[in-house]
Design a protein around this ligand. Structure first.
Ligand code: F3S
Length: 277
């Protein structure tokens, strides 16, 4: 089986940065998973004894706590500091930006609209920076707009960094028709676009496409859905063990892409395995 890698794939700047920070703090712990990739989290534990806390109540005084790439809610950060823990912030700067925009715009009496997934840690964190939580609204699709009662007729919008820009534009267009003032902040991250565009191109020319990444990672899932648009035989896996030889029967060329939290060593293992078929 011949293998072709997408022209852009894998770790983004924010994830590389967070891992580098974590590697510099042996015997520390992260607040929530540092990135959306269990294999890399396991490696950090084995090589650097970087543990994982899921609850603030687990934190002990003098612990060194690393804030995850997607950030944490404002009050969690406050509580952490109260616990006398050493706090190291590995939040991606592209996530800190929407947090600060939400804070500033809500202080200036704008209603806030976040285009994103309310359950995603990044969105929970960004939302928490709104001054009036009742007036910070999170939607995933344009159809949800009708159910929102904005407090002001001035709206500021941000998007989850991994969302599709086309859908964001639809939402923004609908907003401007109904409101006096709409401040649109493009907080969607370019790293995601680059990997998406490359995956789109590659999936058009291959027989089978393998997307490598965490199954709970929203940008990996999105890469998979883009590949499926062009190549029905597109599969999402977390590591080489999940490969199924049947996927490659009677196929010649396999395209590979990987989510923004997927380390190179996992990608290499998958490539090596597929090349054996
Ligand atoms: Fe940051 Fe963009 Fe990566 S927001 S974590 S550089 S996908």
């Amino acid at each position: 089986m011949k293998v072709k890698l997408a022209s852009s794939y894998g770790f983004c700047f924010g994830v590389k940065r967070a891992i580098k920070i974590a590697e510099g703090y042996e015997d520390s712990a992260t607040m929530g998973p540092l990135i959306h990739n269990q294999n890399e989290i396991d490696r950090l534990k084995t090589d650097y004894n970087v543990g994982l806390y899921n609850n603030l109540t687990d934190v002990k005084p003098k612990d060194t706590i690393i804030i995850r790439t997607h950030g944490i809610p404002k009050n969690d950060l406050k509580d952490l500091r109260k616990k006398d823990a050493k706090v190291i912030n590995a939040t991606c700067p592209f996530v800190t930006t929407p947090q600060q925009i939400v804070k500033k715009m809500s202080q200036e009496n704008y209603s806030i609209l976040i285009f994103g997934d309310e359950a995603h840690p990044e969105v929970k964190g960004v939302k928490s920076y709104g001054e009036d939580q009742e007036d910070v609204h999170v939607i995933l699709s344009i159809s949800e707009l009708d159910n929102i009662n904005f407090k002001y007729d001035k709206i500021a919008t941000v998007a989850q960094t991994t969302k599709k820009k086309e859908t964001y534009l639809e939402i923004v267009n609908a907003l401007i028709l109904k409101n006096k003032e709409v401040r649109v902040f493009n907080t969607i991250c370019d790293a995601t676009f680059e990997n998406q565009d490359a995956a789109r191109e590659l999936s058009k020319e291959v027989d089978v496409m393998v997307v490598i990444g965490g199954k709970n990672s929203s940008n990996t899932k999105q890469l998979h859905s883009i590949c499926l648009e062009n190549c029905q035989d597109s599969y999402l896996i977390e590591n080489a063990k999940e490969l199924d030889p049947n996927w490659f029967k009677n196929k010649n060329l396999c395209g590979i892409t990987a989510g923004a939290s997927t380390p190179d060593w996992i990608i290499q293992q998958v490539v090596d395995e597929i090349e054996k078929y």
